[in-house]
Write a protein that binds this ligand. Structure first.
Ligand code: COA
Length: 646
């Protein structure tokens, strides 16, 4: 069938539907529609057999729904209506929730029901966006496929099957019309709310719009909530910090908040910070707030010097995971296998996170195990460099350069691992450099339903992450070009067919992990393991002799340097559109002005000396000197420097 998607964003759900329907031979056209006129012209242009609205924030015009069957994916159970379905479901602690496929009519969310599927919601509910990317998407796929089958089989046209009329739903349906959830409904009362209630409130608003609250007398939106089981302190007070997150006291304990968005105000002006290197590490010597309004960032980056005196509460990556707390990177061992998970918010990996993960990988590699499994995060495996942190930095071009080098420094370690077999286990979607990161592993496995976006072009980038080595090695040169040029999402099935991944397990994260663990345990005990490792080593040596990894990196980074520092600003504009969701404020000034290439060429021995305009953003400044690793090898700090946040 010829199917037209009318959607407000071609997001994870619409990409998954595109993948599933295309695999079944349907011809899909995607129209990202912001107005009724766009929908009318897309429909008259494409003349589809069916219209599907995977995620539409505005009503389909009568001119369209009266002519075509238009099916709306509604993230709610039967009878549920309104724009905040998932928010209410999480906040109200619903035990089950669902997705309903409704036909568009004059009344919003009240048309005939074509399909409806429910799923269980645990008491410790995930965030709204995690729920959306997981169970909601799975239920939506089932519902849409069922509805499409009704049309394909002719059942609907012949009248043998009729959708259920919303008006004739029995009186015991739980769903009802609910208004939009407002900030007043989400408000946290730090003195009265317990940790569970606060976590629920933040998760019901994550990833958008966040929960507005006051910290240090200023207004922020809060994201990324995690219960803390041991730390306790005065409600509403910041008690500790860890890996970019802050721990806040509640009525009965404490909660971690990983990300904040500053809501602005008169005090959020340009501030000058002084950073100096002393024996104890890098130190801020001036209190001020970076002006990063409207960008969701690690909490410690947003609060900056306001956190002076707040204790660091580090947690080693192999600390027992038997209590609730905040941990981005975790390492566990089982028999001869080390499992490394890295659950970075939204899959975005800033410079510090890349170096922290590299450290963790080096630790895993130092262990007397045979296999290392890279599990990524639960929601996303990885989405590459952190565009938000880059956008917020005073010099986005320079920060992009640091971030790409940091992720490359991680990947080169994975590629050069000869003592272990490295497995990538994708429980969630991966995009851009994050998808390429997986290819550094020797074997790549994915959960069915995972969607990959292995391309950079839509962000105006050539890409690095050694993709010019790893991608053609897996899929061949022609397909590598197709994937990177076409900028299309691919599903796990298609990825396996072309060799991008090796196999697919399980229908959900638990069954995927169970099957993966079984496979890995088996290979770790295989009598041929030594031979397998030797073959891997030899093949790496052969490849290195043919063309060194350093040459791939240098070529990629040459192109990236042009993307970052060259006169063409496509990347900077695409990034700003992406970070501000198309509503970027006017930029007062930019240090990433075109034409800086000459100033920034590498000096002798590839060492670039830069005047650091800002501490590597999001970086725990003390971590630089206390950790095992250092600033990226290609740049150096010198002495004390004045920093300006723009
Ligand atoms: N840096 C910062 N934030 C990122 C990110 C990145 N690299 N990739 C995704 N995100 C954020 C999005 O801004 C969004 O934030 P929100 O929760 O505040 O709305 C969230 O992650 C989910 O992203 P979204 O685009 O809604 O998810 P999706 O599943 O529909 O699409 C991608 C996934 C990967 C296709 C899309 O997010 C993307 O293009 N990301 C950029 C990848 C990239 O270019 N990386 C840099 C080069 S390596």
């Amino acid at each position: 069938m010829k199917i037209l998607f009318l959607t407000s964003a071609h997001n994870s759900l619409s990409q998954r539907l595109l993948v599933e329907l295309s695999e079944r031979g349907h011809d899909i056209h995607v129209c990202v529609a912001a107005t009724g006129e766009t929908m009318i012209s897309a429909a008259s242009d494409k003349l589809p057999d069916l219209i599907i609205a995977p995620m539409l924030k505005l009503a389909i015009p009568e001119e369209v729904w009266s002519r075509y069957i238009c099916l709306i994916v509604h993230p709610g159970i039967k009878g549920d209506r309104g724009p905040s379905s998932l928010d209410w479901a999480i906040a109200n602690g619903e035990r089950t929730w669902g997705v309903t496929i409704l036909q568009a009519t004059a009344e919003l969310d009240a048309g005939p029901i074509w399909a409806s599927h429910e799923f269980v919601l645990e008491p410790d509910a995930p965030s709204k966006s995690s729920l959306y990317r997981g169970r909601v998407t799975d239920a939506a796929v089932r519902g849409v496929l069922e509805a499409v089958a009704r049309i394909e089989s002719g059942e609907f046209q012949s009248g043998a099957w009729r959708p259920e009329m919303s008006s004739s739903l029995s009186s015991d349906v739980r769903g009802c019309l609910r208004g939009p959830m407002r900030q007043a409904d989400r408000a946290i009362d730090w003195l009265r709310d317990d940790t569970a209630a606060i976590v629920m409130k933040i998760r019901a608003a994550d990833s958008a719009p966040g929960v507005r609250s006051t910290l240090f007398g200023r207004s922020f939106s809060l994201y990324g909530a995690h219960e803390e089981e041991f730390l306790k302190g005065p409600p509403g007070q910041v008690l500790a910090r860890r890996d970019g997150a802050i721990c806040i006291g509640t009525a009965d304990g404490a909660v971690w908040v990983s990300h904040l968005k500053s809501n602005g105000g008169p005090d959020f002006q340009k501030q000058t910070w002084h950073l100096s290197l002393s024996e104890g590490g890098w130190k801020f010597s001036n209190i001020g707030l970076p002006s990063v309004d409207g960008i969701k960032l690690p909490a410690t980056q947003v609060l900056g010097p306001l956190l002076q005196g707040v204790a660091d509460a580090p947690l080693s990556i192999d600390a027992p995971a038997d209590y609730r707390t905040y941990r981005e990177i975790a390492y566990t061992e089982e028999a001869d296998v080390g499992y490394l998970s890295f659950d970075f918010y939204n899959g975005a990996m800033n410079t510090t996170q890349c170096y922290r993960l590299r450290n963790a990988f080096l630790y895993a590699r130092s262990r007397p195990t045979r296999v290392i499994v890279l599990l990524g995060g639960r929601d996303f495996w990885s989405n590459g460099i952190d565009l938000n942190t880059i956008e917020a930095s005073v010099d986005p071009a320079e920060e992009s350069w640091r971030n790409i080098n940091a992720i490359d420094d991680l990947i080169v370690e994975i590629l050069n691992t000869t003592c272990h077999l490295v497995i990538a286990g994708l429980r969630g979607n991966a995009g851009a450099g994050g998808a390429m990161l997986a290819l550094a592993a020797d074997r790549v496995f994915a959960m069915s339903g995972v969607v990959l976006n292995p391309h950079y072009r839509s962000m105006g980038l050539y890409g690095s992450e050694y993709w010019t080595y790893t991608l053609p090695r897996r899929v061949g040169r022609t397909r590598a070009l197709e994937l990177t040029e076409s900028c299309q999402p691919i599903g796990a099935q298609a990825a396996r067919q072309i060799g991008f991944i090796d196999d697919i397990f399980g229908n959900d994260a638990s069954s995927f992990e169970a099957e993966l663990r079984e496979w890995v345990a088996h290979i770790a005990q295989d009598r041929e393991f030594r031979r397998l490792l030797r073959r891997k080593h030899e093949s790496r040596l052969d490849d290195e002799c043919f063309k060194p990894l350093a040459a791939y990196r240098a070529e990629e980074l040459d192109r990236m340097r042009v993307n970052f520092f060259g006169p063409n600003r496509t990347y900077h504009e695409a990034r700003r559109r992406f970070v501000f969701k198309g509503k970027a404020p006017r930029r007062e000034s930019s240090l990433s002005a075109p034409g800086r290439l000459d100033d920034l060429q590498a000096g002798p021995n590839g060492v670039r000396t830069v005047e650091p305009s800002v501490p590597p953003v999001g970086l725990d400044v003390r971590g630089v000197t206390q950790g095992n690793h250092h600033l990226p090898p290609h740049w150096q700090f010198a002495g004390s420097t004045a920093l300006v946040w723009a």
